[in-house]
Design a protein around this ligand. Structure first.
Ligand code: ZN
Length: 143
């Protein structure tokens, strides 16, 4: 990976870690879940408003390390307005990406801000931080 790209990725994580997007709770929601990563102490609460198979609104709250907060923030940005089927594919792609298999991604490409979290693949402990919000999202859909 070239240095410029590395810096850009770093910047995205710092930015979203410090100023998370879609932070709080959806005024109207019909799905929600809590997630906890005991290895690091990260906690996330997710609320969603899903209508007609489309994620009309999604917000998160909680606390944790910069990776977990940045990941949750990026996720809400990516999933808002998307169809559930697309979101499921993105869940799969993202979990593949942070585990180091990026060969068959259909919803994420190198220009995507989610790529900023790819570096966690070298730190197994951090993979859980990065995927916490996404697993919480999956749990919310099961409700
Ligand atoms: Zn963490």
């Amino acid at each position: 990976m070239n240095e410029l790209l590395k810096e850009l990725y770093q910047e995205i994580i710092l930015d979203h870690g410090k100023e998370p997007r879609n932070f709080g709770e959806c005024e109207t929601h019909n799905k929600s879940a809590h997630g906890h990563n005991p290895l690091c102490g990260d906690k996330v609460s997710l609320t969603l408003f899903v209508d007609d198979d489309i994620i009309k609104d999604i917000k998160f709250s909680g606390e944790g390390c910069a990776i977990s907060v940045a990941s949750a923030s990026l996720m809400t940005e990516k999933l808002k307005g998307k169809k559930l089927s697309y979101a499921e594919n993105m869940f799969k792609d993202f979990t593949d990406l942070v585990k180091g298999s990026e060969d068959s991604l259909s919803t994420i490409d190198e220009d995507d801000s989610l790529y900023a979290l790819k570096g966690v693949k070298d730190f197994p402990m951090r993979v859980k931080c990065a995927t916490l919000a996404w697993h919480t999202f999956k749990n919310a859909l099961k409700e």
